[in-house]
Write a protein that binds this ligand. Structure first.
Ligand code: GDP
Ligand code: MG
Length: 302
């Protein structure tokens, strides 16, 4: 496998080609200098929720609102479907077509292939790379199904959970698990009937939360389609980013775990392991225990 360096100086300068190429190298485990990515602090906003809730449409509106403030915005769209099923990626591309050519916006779709935790395993590195570039916000859209949520809270400074008025039956389910991750609840498609009642029911359920930190998460009615309710949502996002509420220790533990994993696993990936095993096979001696020990104790390598 050919390892190639990311042009980090060009990424820092905001060169879009360098950013795109850097992400591709990270995505394919081909970056020889992933360890040299040292990011500055840039707020990362996770946008999660069930398929079809309007996450992409909302993301499009958030980009618009942030651009209006003069901000530069990077967006990662993570699609959990198979990389061979391009439909939804194409859909996101079409829905966000407003901004694909905008000089202050960078949008990249990634398939979340081959990951155990639900997110593409290189997403933390890719996010760090984007933090080197001159963006003021990084938005990450992921479909909220099972494990994805924990992976996204580990990365994001702020998490939006996007629901629709029809999610009424899900409130019960929300209590177990997904509610923990939301800093802000967004009731999208509020152009539809029942949206106010749903917000009220959701708030009631949030206020009952035993953890006082979670019992105050705000709920916003918006219509991404009609572009209503967005300014209040953005104001709340920015307020929370500036004065973050104390976070659930379990969420901070997820984040610390991801940071440690990123450091520890930096030179280890399936492609390089495959290469190493191929070389051992050519020598006719595949001793996995020995190989693993070499990775765990690099000093023992001869
Ligand atoms: N009525 C209505 N439809 C919406 C709204 N936001 C998104 N949609 C529609 O819902 C569908 C799914 O939207 P999309 O943004 O792709 O959802 P995602 O899968 O969560 O990213 C699309 O047909 C959108 O046009 C909204 O506020 N109101
Ligand atoms: Mg989408």
């Amino acid at each position: 496998m050919i390892m190639l360096p990311i042009d980090l100086a060009a990424v820092t300068a905001g060169n879009r080609k360098a950013i795109a190429r850097g992400i591709s190298l990270l995505e394919n485990n081909q970056a020889s200098n992933a360890m040299d990515i040292h990011a500055k602090r840039v707020p990362v906003i996770g946008i999660t929720g069930p398929p079809g809730a309007g996450k992409s449409t909302l993301t499009d509106r958030l980009i618009g609102a942030l651009l209006d403030q003069g901000a530069r915005v990077a967006v990662l769209c993570i699609d959990p479907s198979s990389p061979f099923h391009r439909g939804s990626l194409l859909g996101d591309r079409i829905r966000m077509s407003n901004w694909y050519q905008h000089p202050d916006v960078y949008i990249r779709s990634l398939a979340s292939r081959g990951s155990v935790g639900g997110l593409h395993p290189q997403i933390p590195d890719i996010t760090e790379l984007l933090k080197m570039a001159p963006f003021d916000y990084i938005l990450i859209e992921t479909v909220g199904v099972g494990q994805n949520e924990m992976a996204i809270v580990a990365l994001a400074d702020l998490c939006l959970l996007v629901l629709v008025p029809e999610s009424g039956d899900d409130i019960q389910a929300l209590k177990s698990g997904i509610m923990e991750i939301a800093d802000i609840f967004v009731v999208n498609k509020s152009d539809r009937p029942g949206s106010i009642a749903f917000k009220t029911a959701l708030e009631k359920s949030i206020h009952l939360h035993p953890d006082p930190l979670k019992a105050t998460a705000p709920v916003f009615n918006v219509s991404a389609l009609q572009n209503t309710g967005i300014p209040a949502l953005v104001a709340s996002m920015q307020k929370q980013l500036q004065q973050p509420l104390p976070k659930d220790p379990r969420i901070l533990a997820e984040r610390a775990y991801a940071m440690i994993a990123r450091q520890r696993m930096q030179d280890i990936n399936l492609l390089s392991l495959t290469e190493a095993i191929r070389a051992l096979q050519l020598q006719g001696d595949v001793d996995l225990q020995k190989l693993v020990q070499q990775y765990l104790n690099p000093s023992r390598n001869q």
